[in-house]
Write a protein that binds this ligand. Structure first.
Ligand code: EPU
Length: 421
């Protein structure tokens, strides 16, 4: 297994480039199942999760060409397609559930393994299933699989109990090939939803309101393939912003869209950071601050503070002047990084869904274990701050969501190397 060795304390100077968004690429790849011709996604990051989904679609019978150097994925789902997602792949990536809506809409049936829980929480899919049933799907859960059939999906008005990103995406995809109009209320508003709406619109189904809580999709009987360049990854961008506040001398983060991380940028400014965003909203310059002020944050659906950024910000709050708190309101078990940060000398206590972080003057390097994707990024950031050497083990989690993180950080001056244990 690979690990990262980091010697902390270096300044980060120069430009870091943000890759394409993982979480936008995944639903867009499944949108290729909606059309017969060849769809093309450009800017797709070379990440394990993206490859897993491409493999899943290929195993169903689609023709998939993945040019990793050109960051381009071509998918031709002309058929015949075996509308089944097996446990072996779904268990490695929950987002595989996003094939359900497109398969059902185009082929009238789908069999997809239940994803099960994961390191950060139970993560049910009841909202996906409820919505599809409202559109005319018959759904049974048998032997750990969702088995869905329909004689033809029809548009419906669906109100989500919670704003779910995956649920909104699955139903947008299904609705694009449904008869009539679908209205989604209490929909997720993330930038990934807006990017998917662009794709679906370019395929021929009219989408209104993406980015608001009410999304209207006018379904079509047939859709065209798409050609789309994916939006930049806002979580990789946010991770680099935290690195810039820790060690920028200065650090320029290129390509990330500052508006997509407005909540994080606001918090970083509150804790004392000077952040300069250019007019085009695409170049963000940051400098190290002496010692951050303490902060209270709580995670919330977009445009609130993202759950996918709390672990990384917590690494910085470990050395804040005073006591901070992080309340996690999206997932029930997203504090796996706390015990590892404490091994690096942090002083954090978890009380229910809240972590209370008493700022210490410095962290000190040791060996820590990555537990999930964003927790791993938090440990890498903590390693950049810590005195001495930090080894982050089990970084296969990191490879799921960050494209060559170690190499990118080394390019701006971090003392970081990857090795096999
Ligand atoms: N929920 C339900 N029922 C459902 C669906 C969701 O109760 O049917 C609940 C979840 O348990 C959770 C909340 O709703 O409490 C939000 O979950 P959501 O469905 O929005 O999450 P997701 O679609 O499974 C995506 C990202 C996550 C990110 C969350 C929240 C992808 C592939 N994943 O997950 O990203 O944390 O939205 O923003 O887009 C990551 O990249 O590290 C990651 C975990």
């Amino acid at each position: 297994m690979d690990a990262l060795r980091i010697r902390g304390g270096n300044s980060l100077r120069g430009e870091l480039h943000v890759s394409g968004s993982k979480n936008a690429s995944l639903p867009i790849l499944t949108a290729a199942l909606l059309a017969e011709g060849e769809s093309v996604l450009t800017g797709a990051p070379n990440l394990v999760d993206v490859c897993t989904l491409a493999t899943l679609i290929e195993q169903m019978g689609a023709k998939v060409t993945h040019d990793e150097d050109a960051e381009e994925i071509r998918i031709s789902a002309a058929g015949p397609i075996n509308a089944e997602a097996p446990y072996e792949l779904v268990r490695t990536m929950r987002a595989s559930i996003l094939v359900l809506g497109p398969l059902l809409a185009r082929f009238g049936k789908a069999k997809v393994s239940l994803p099960g829980g994961c390191a950060i929480g139970a993560r049910p899919i009841d909202q996906h299933l409820k919505g599809l049933e409202r559109m005319g799907a018959h759904i049974e859960i048998e032997h750990g699989y969702v088995e869905a059939t329909t004689k033809g999906l029809v548009g419906a008005e669906i109100v989500f109990d919670v704003p779910t990103v995956g649920g909104t995406e699955n139903l947008m995809l299904a609705a694009s090939l449904a008869r009539g109009t679908t209205v989604l209320r209490n929909a997720a508003r993330e930038p990934e939803i807006v990017d998917l709406a662009k794709v679906i619109s370019s395929m021929g189904a009219e989408v209104e309101g993406a980015g608001t809580e009410k999304i209207t999709i006018h379904g079509q009987s047939q859709l065209q393939p798409f050609h789309h360049c994916v939006v930049p990854d806002r979580i990789e961008f946010g991770t680099f912003l935290v690195a810039g506040v820790m060690a920028g001398d200065p650090l320029v983060v290129c390509g990330g869209i500052a508006d997509h991380q407005a909540a994080l940028i606001d918090k970083l400014r509150n804790l004392g950071a000077e952040i300069d965003v250019d007019e085009a909203n695409r170049r963000t310059t940051l400098k190290r601050i002496e010692r951050p002020s303490a902060l209270d944050i709580h995670t919330a659906p977009y445009p609130g503070f993202p759950t996918d950024m709390q672990a990384q910000l917590m690494a910085l709050l470990c050395v804040a002047n005073g006591t901070s708190s992080v309340s996690e309101r999206i997932f029930e078990n997203r504090f796996m990084h706390v015990a590892e940060l404490n091994r690096l000398g942090a002083s954090i206590k978890v009380e229910g869904g809240k972590a209370v972080i008493r700022g210490v003057e410095r962290l000190s390097g040791t060996t820590v274990m990555a537990t999930d994707l964003r927790a791993s990024a938090s440990l890498v950031l903590a390693g950049l701050l810590a005195d001495g050497e930090t080894t982050v083990r089990r970084i296969y989690h990191l490879d799921r969501g960050y494209q060559r993180l170690g190499k990118k950080l080394r390019g701006v001056g971090a003392d970081i190397e990857r090795f096999s244990e």
